[in-house]
Design a protein around this ligand. Structure first.
Ligand SMILES: *Cc1c(COP(=O)(O)O)cnc(C)c1O
Length: 419
C-alpha cells in the first residue's frame, strides 16, 4: 500500500470521522489538490458553514426589532452572553459562573492583572516564559510600569536549559521553590505558541499557589486544543482567544475564567462597567455598582452580538463532538504527522515527543522557514506558518484536518528539503 493509500485508509477507519464538511476549507494556492491542506488553524481556525446563517439571523433580528431586539430577538441580546456560558465552562473545565465571553485576549489579561497583580513589598515579580507571545510580554511589562516598577527587574522570563527548546516542569517547580516568595504573578501559556509544548498546568498551578503567587494562564493555544480542568486545578484566572482552535473568526470575542473563590470575594478590586453589575438592577441606572458573584463582574460593556454569534456556533460544535473525542483524534493525527516528519532527513521537530506534553501542533526547525512556507503553499497547497527565523508550525486540527492532509504535508516537506 502506498503512503497515500495508507493515509486514506486511516481516514476511513478513524473512530471520529472528519467534520471537514462542516467547514469552509480554502482552495489550494497550488499543487494537485483543489482544497488546501490547512495546518494554520492554530493561528486562524476555519469558518464553520453554520456561521454565515447565524450572523444573518442576528442581522435580520436587528432589522425586524431594532431596539426591541434586546428582549425580542430569537436570542435576546440583553443576555446573549449567557448562551455561551455553559458550553464555554465545559470547554475549559470551569463552573458556569467562573467564565464569561468578552473583549479580546490581551484586554482580558489586562483586566485580570488589574485585579490580581497586586505587587507589594518583596513580592513584585511577574513570571512568564522566555518564548512568550509578544503581546503577553508587552502586557506584563506595561503592568509593571503601571505600578511604578521597573519592567526589566519585575518581569522574569523562564528559559529552557542550554541546548533545549522546551521548559522542564521540574525546572519551573525548582524556580518557584527557590524564588517563589518574590513572585506576585505567574502567567504562562498553557500551550506555547512557538514550540507547541503543553505545560503541566496542574502541577505548576499547585506549586505557584503554594509559593504564595497568583497563577494565571494564557490559554490562546490551549482552549479547544487540549482538555482543561481550570476549576479543579485551582487556577486563579485564565483568558483565551477564540479565533485559533475555536474557529470563531478573526479578532473574535475572547473567553475569561476567574476562580470561584475570587468571584465570591467582594474585596477583589475590579475595573468596572455597567455590564458588571447585577442584571436584575442594571436598568435602574444607579450610580453604585452591585457586582454579581460570577466572572460577569468583570464585564464592562454590553456584548457585541455580531461578534459573539460565531463564538456560539463554534461552542455548539465543540459541545456536540466533545473535547475528549477531539483530543484523542488530535493525538492520532499528531502522532502520524510526527512519524512522517521523523522519516525526513534534516527535519527537526522541536515540539516535545511525549503526547502528554503537546497538543495538536508540531513545530519544525528548518532553515529559511519563510521561503519554505511560501513554497509549501504555492507548490503543494499546504498551508502552515513560519515564525522567523527558523520555525514552521503545523497544526493538524482534528475537526477538519485529515490523515491525508498530514500525508500531503509530509510529502511536500520531504520534497522541498530534497530540492
Ligand atoms: C494569539 C495570541 C495572542 C493574541 O492576542 P489578541 O489579544 O487576541 O490579539 C496573545 N497571546 C498568545 C499567547 C497568543 O497565542
Amino acid at each position: 500500500m502506498s503512503t497515500e493509500q495508507e493515509a486514506r485508509r486511516l481516514d476511513e477507519a478513524d473512530p471520529l470521522p472528519t467534520l471537514r464538511g462542516e467547514f469552509l476549507v480554502p482552495p489550494a494556492p497550488g499543487g494537485p489538490f483543489a482544497e488546501a491542506a490547512y495546518f494554520a488553524g492554530n493561528s486562524l481556525g476555519l469558518q464553520p458553514r453554520a456561521t454565515a446563517a447565524r450572523l444573518t439571523e442576528e442581522l435580520q433580528d436587528w432589522a425586524t426589532y431594532a431596539v426591541e431586539g434586546h428582549t425580542q430577538a430569537r436570542r435576546p441580546w440583553v443576555d446573549y452572553h449567557e448562551l455561551l456560558r455553559e458550553p464555554a465552562a465545559r470547554l475549559v473545565g470551569a463552573l458556569p459562573h467562573e467564565v464569561v465571553a468578552m473583549n479580546t485576549l490581551t484586554v482580558n489579561l489586562h483586566l485580570m492583572m488589574a485585579s490580581f497583580y497586586r505587587p507589594r513589598d518583596g513580592r513584585t515579580r511577574i513570571v512568564i516564559e522566555d518564548s512568550a507571545f509578544p503581546s503577553d510580554s508587552y502586557a506584563v511589562a506595561s503592568q509593571a510600569v503601571h505600578h511604578g516598577l521597573d519592567p526589566v527587574e519585575t518581569v522574569v522570563r523562564l528559559t529552557p536549559r542550554d541546548g533545549e527548546d522546551n521548559l522542564r516542569t521540574e525546572d519551573v517547580l525548582a524556580f518557584l521553590e527557590r524564588e517563589g516568595d518574590t513572585v506576585a504573578l505567574l502567567m504562562l501559556g498553557g500551550v506555547n505558541y512557538l514550540t507547541g509544548q503543553l505545560m503541566d498546568m496542574a502541577a505548576i498551578t499547585k506549586a505557584g499557589r503554594a509559593a504564595g503567587a497568583v497563577v494565571g494562564w494564557d490559554l490562546a493555544h490551549a482552549a479547544g486544543n487540549v482538555p482543561l480542568r481550570l476549576h479543579d486545578w485551582d487556577v486563579d484566572f485564565a483568558a483565551w482567544c477564540t479565533y485559533k482552535y475555536l474557529n470563531s473568526g478573526p479578532g473574535a470575542v475572547a473567553g475569561c475564567f476567574v476562580h470561584e473563590r475570587h468571584v465570591r470575594d467582594a474585596s477583589v478590586p475590579k475595573l468596572a462597567g455597567w455590564w458588571g453589575t447585577d442584571p436584575a438592577t442594571r436598568f435602574r441606572m444607579a450610580p453604585d455598582i452591585d457586582p454579581p458573584a460570577s466572572a460577569d463582574a468583570w464585564q464592562l460593556s454590553n456584548p457585541p452580538i455580531l461578534a459573539l454569534a460565531p463564538v456560539l456556533v463554534s461552542l455548539e460544535i465543540f459541545d456536540r463532538v466533545g473535547m475528549d473525542a477531539l483530543r484523542s483524534k488530535s493525538e492520532r493525527l499528531t502522532a502520524y504527522l510526527a512519524e512522517r516528519f521523523a522519516a525526513i532527513p534534516g527535519v527537526e521537530v522541536i515540539t516535545p515527543p511525549d503526547p502528554q506534553q503537546r497538543g495538536t501542533q508540531l513545530s519544525v526547525r528548518i532553515a529559511d522557514a519563510g521561503t519554505m512556507v511560501r513554497r509549501l503553499a504555492e507548490e503543494h497547497g499546504v498551508i502552515a506558518d513560519a515564525r522567523e527565523p527558523d520555525v514552521i508550525r503545523f497544526a493538524p486540527v482534528p475537526l477538519y484536518c485529515t490523515f491525508h492532509d498530514c500525508h500531503r504535508a509530509a510529502e511536500a516537506l520531504a520534497g522541498l528539503t530534497r530540492s
